[in-house]
Ligand binder design. Structure first.
Ligand SMILES: [Zn+2]
Length: 161
């Protein structure tokens, strides 16, 4: 993906207030992110580990989503599957919940999905980060990347619906 700047990321949040978007922690090392290997940028807030964020360019539009780990159920002891990149981890998948954009979110509606706990889906798909067990899949790398982006777009669509 194309490298994003901090102002671009802050302006792209769809499901938090402008004030929250201006205060939340964006990675300081944006220039060093492996943008060429990323389908989306995902990160955890180092000061609030139950908070996570992702930013992507979907259909030419930059969107960022604020996420929260959902409490005690967030770490699965058993092997579980990331709903974005379809990587299987032992203990490395979190249930992350995004408040829905706009009115629905203010009324407490949210969308949850199991995702790689470190949000490094792009790197798992490309084999740049290793996991214990690999699923044997006949998909090419291109197809896996397409699937990850499609899953992400579907998730973002639910948040912004
Ligand atoms: Zn993943």
């Amino acid at each position: 993906m194309k490298p994003l700047t901090e102002p671009e990321i802050r302006a792209a949040f769809v499901n938090c207030t402008k004030g929250e978007a201006s205060r939340l922690n964006v990675p300081r090392d944006l220039a060093e992110q492996p943008w060429d290997d990323l389908d989306f940028l995902g990160w955890r807030d180092p000061q609030a580990p139950d908070r996570a964020y992702l930013a992507a360019v979907l259909d030419g539009r930059t969107v960022a989503v604020a996420l929260r780990s959902s409490g005690a159920a967030s770490w699965q002891a058993r092997r579980s599957l990331c709903s974005l990149c379809v990587t299987t981890h032992t203990g490395g998948v979190s249930l992350l919940v995004a408040p829905r954009a706009g009115k629905a979110g203010k009324q407490g509606n949210s969308v949850g999905a199991y995702m790689c706990a470190d949000l490094a889906c792009s790197l798992y798909v490309r084999g740049k980060k290793e996991v214990g067990t690999k699923l044997h899949e006949s998909l090419t790398l291109e197809e896996k990347i397409e699937r990850t982006v499609a899953n992400l777009a579907a998730f973002v669509a639910k948040v912004t619906a």
